[in-house]
Design a protein around this ligand. Structure first.
Ligand code: SF4
Ligand code: SF4
Length: 369
């Protein structure tokens, strides 16, 4: 296993971490938690010492399964995470210390541990939501840290690079968890660079682009060129090889998934994001043609669900078949092409688009299909 240093700390963490939101659904439903716990135990055997969990994952059973495994290894040999935000506390905008405490204690009980290594201020979608959580929750995090219930305060986010830079500059967090992959790197890259410069650990979720990369292996074959890796393995490696990224989370259901993740970082060579991006931008398909689903184009005056239409357009780019657009719209999203024809080309969405896509032109194309 390849290990990296977590930010400016002396913690050594595995370059791939275990994402615990994908324990086998049938086993979870049937309550076979011991069986599910074989996954983190196998990951541990393979050197994976960073396990990321949260309330609600796997029908709210992920922490329980992860705790079963955690109780079977030496506690200090694994870094375990969990998460909270106002939504998990379920006490409105002004939770009390007791509300927060109950949430944290539930996670600790389920994980069968008396401390959590990385506790996330979970799912900060915008600077506004981050500020709200800072006001409502940060004090609780500090208290929990003082008491030794959590070791490091971190956050997870779906913000753009420049917004992440603002959070990083607050100097309130030891590290962060963000989505980053071969599809969306453009609008997150400055964020991971800022965190790295600031001595923070950077953990990445969603390295396979929400399944879009494995579902379209031909389009992403360039990631695996010159290697003996499969496309999903190469996509993991793409992320893990960033010098700025500490841990790349792989959601694993089977032991084979763990073997895949381990192989993806064998003999890893770390390089700065700028260098990696430059290399890949010149290769394969034009990644910047794809919608990443970031949803920054909201507020269409004609109320068009832009990300859904652009996602359908992605299918055409990826397969070369225009009929895929219609199939995606009706089969996956349950909407029709006619609405696209209502676009008045006002340009509002294009000014907000993180990928600078010609949205109005695509709407016209879709409507004309
Ligand atoms: S350009 Fe079209 S899709 Fe974009 S905001 Fe304007 S009307 Fe909506
Ligand atoms: S169209 Fe642009 S802004 Fe909208 S979801 Fe896609 S990439 Fe994001």
């Amino acid at each position: 296993m390849y290990y990296k240093q977590y930010g400016n700390t002396d913690m050594k963490v595995s370059a791939v971490g275990l994402g615990t939101m994908r324990y086998d659904e049938e086993d979870i439903k049937a309550g076979r938690f011991e069986k599910c716990a074989e996954i983190p135990l196998y990951a541990f055997e393979k050197g994976i010492n960073y396990w990321d969990t949260a309330p609600f994952y796997c029908e709210d059973k992920s922490e329980i399964v992860t705790g079963i495994a955690l109780s079977q290894v030496k506690r200090s040999d694994v870094y375990v995470t969990s998460k909270t935000n106002l939504g998990t506390i379920d006490a409105g905008d002004h939770p009390t210390k007791d509300d927060f405490r109950r949430r944290l204690e539930t996670s600790l009980d389920r994980l069968k541990t008396d401390y959590i290594d990385f506790y996330h201020m979970w799912c900060m979608l915008s600077l506004e939501s981050w500020e709200k959580h800072m006001d409502a929750l940060y004090g609780f995090f500090e208290d929990a840290k003082r008491e030794g219930l959590i070791s490091n305060i971190v956050f997870s986010s779906h913000m753009q690079g420049n917004e992440i830079e603002t959070v990083v500059a607050s100097d309130k967090f030891k590290g962060m968890l963000i989505g980053y992959n071969a599809l969306n790197y453009r609008f997150r890259q400055s964020g991971i660079e800022a965190a790295h410069r600031n001595g923070m650990g950077v953990v990445v979720m969603n390295p396979l682009g929400g399944g879009m990369i494995p579902a379209n292996p031909k389009s992403f074959a360039y990631l695996a060129e010159g290697t003996d890796l499969t496309v999903p393995q190469a996509a993991l490696r793409f992320v893990a090889s960033h010098k700025e990224i500490t841990v790349t989370l792989a959601g694993c259901t089977t032991k084979e998934h763990i073997d895949d993740a381990v192989k993806a970082v064998e003999g890893l060579e770390e390089r700065p994001a700028k260098e990696i991006v430059e290399e890949y931008e010149g290769k394969g398909m034009a990644l910047n043609n794809l919608c990443t689903g970031c949803a920054y184009c909201k507020g269409c005056p004609k109320d068009i669900a832009i990300p859904k239409y652009m996602d359908a357009y992605n299918q055409m780019i990826l397969t070369g078949e225009s009929k895929e657009i219609l199939e995606r719209l009706s089969g996956h999203w349950g909407i029709d092409k006619e609405k696209a024809g209502e676009c008045i080309a006002c340009g509002k969405c294009e000014r907000q688009c993180t990928q600078h896509l010609p949205i109005a032109e695509r709407m016209k194309e879709i409507a004309a299909l």
